[in-house]
Design a protein around this ligand. Structure first.
Ligand code: HEM
Length: 346
């Protein structure tokens, strides 16, 4: 097993398990038509206000990807956590005021594991954008573009980002728990939560495909290794070889809280559909991921995404990100602002 240290705060262990048990493929049965809710976002929103915007952000994201590739999963997850709480409005970037009892979103328990590399990428991109286009570009748009850039840099699709989001004027930690799913969320809970954001069952499965890159800390799956649902036994839907490997890295007690393992155990560094093929062979790391293969509502979509040709997944992923990026978008001075420092309200 190789040991990889990507940041001083966490030691990331990774391993390659090349499970090739064939999975049967089924037709996509979900008949939901995507509910489009792009509001007034547009691809050319900054064509006059800041024509070089995407190049400016691109120069930061490509540099960060070279220096600290973990910035990719970190920023993609940051965007998800922003959009699901109060909409895609940059509220996740706000820092709690010194001495204030009112904690900002990022202080919530569910956000504690959002990596600094994600926040840093946005702060750096914002600084460069401000130097060229002062007070014209929202932090929420910068986050949306940076997330897309990182997806592409990691091998995922390049899709057009619709822009025109304004930054929100609220960021409250207590709003987070009911809006961010956990590793032990049931498929029922996930479907309901995504539906509450205007996203379909297909969007849920496709967007979960972002777990094709990135890592999870032991505490998010340790229950599956030693005491699945109070049975004092491991999860029967976990590949025995993977179980052995995971137990070595995440002991029952005394393990390091900094250890994190790849969410996609087959191809952990490539944005492909390996996450979905992995679910078909019981290689899912999180209980909430493996559950997508066990539920009859989501399994056919997992199988469809796992098909040999990853193009189907990549296209669907770009479209689903576009939809996620338009959740709860704010426009105008009444509801929003264009922050100059993403960490503080104007
Ligand atoms: C469907 C429900 C979802 C659940 C229950 C879930 C849960 C989690 C958990 C528990 C982790 C590990 C965090 C850690 O231990 O550090 C994680 C990581 C991650 N999630 Fe999700 N997630 C979900 C959906 C999504 C979506 C929709 C996206 C993006 C579109 C996303 C992107 C990511 C990424 C990129 C990582 C890796 C982060 C890193 O390595 O820093 N997740 N997720």
């Amino acid at each position: 097993m190789q040991v990889l240290s990507l940041s001083s705060s966490s030691i990331l262990l990774f391993f390659f398990l090349t499970s090739t048990i064939p999975i049967s493929l089924a037709k996509l049965t979900s008949s939901q038509t995507p509910k489009l809710h792009h509001r007034e976002l547009s691809v050319d929103y900054y064509s006059k206000k800041c024509p070089q915007l995407e190049n400016l952000i691109g120069s930061i994201t490509s540099q960060r990807f070279k220096q600290a590739p973990i910035s990719a999963p970190a920023t993609i997850r940051l965007f998800f956590h922003d959009c699901f709480v109060e909409g895609c409005d940059g509220s996740i970037l706000i820092e709690t005021k010194k001495g204030s009892k009112r904690l900002a979103e990022r202080e919530a328990y569910e956000n504690k594991e959002l990596r600094e590399e994600g926040f840093e990428s946005i702060i750096k991109a914002k600084a460069l954008v401000e130097s060229h286009c002062p007070s014209r570009v929202s932090c929420s748009d910068i986050l949306a573009i940076a997330a897309r850039d990182f997806i592409h840099l990691a091998g995922g699709p390049y899709y057009q980002v619709r822009k025109g989001r304004w930054d929100g004027k609220r960021s409250t930690a207590t709003k987070v728990p009911q809006n961010i799913p956990g590793s032990n969320s049931t498929v029922d809970q996930l479907i309901k939560l995504f539906a509450s954001k205007g996203l379909t069952v297909e969007d849920l499965v496709v967007l979960s495909g972002s777990h094709t890159i990135g890592f999870a800390h032991c505490k998010n799956f340790i229950g599956r290794l030693y005491n699945f649902k109070g049975t004092k036994r491991p999860d029967p839907n976990l590949d025995p070889r993977l179980l052995k490997e995971l137990r070595m890295s995440c002991p029952f007690s005394g393990g390091s809280s900094g250890v994190a393992l790849p969410l996609d155990t087959t191809t952990p560094f490539v944005f492909d559909n390996g996450y979905f093929t992995g679910l078909g062979t019981n290689m899912g790391l999180l209980g909430s991921d493996q559950a997508l293969f066990l539920d009859p509502r989501t399994k056919p979509i997992v199988l469809e995404m796992a098909r040999d040709n990853k193009q189907k997944f990549l296209k669907a992923f770009g479209e689903a990100m576009d939809k996620m990026g338009s959740i709860g978008v704010k426009r105008g001075r009444k509801h929003g602002e264009i922050r100059t420092d993403c960490r503080v309200f104007l």
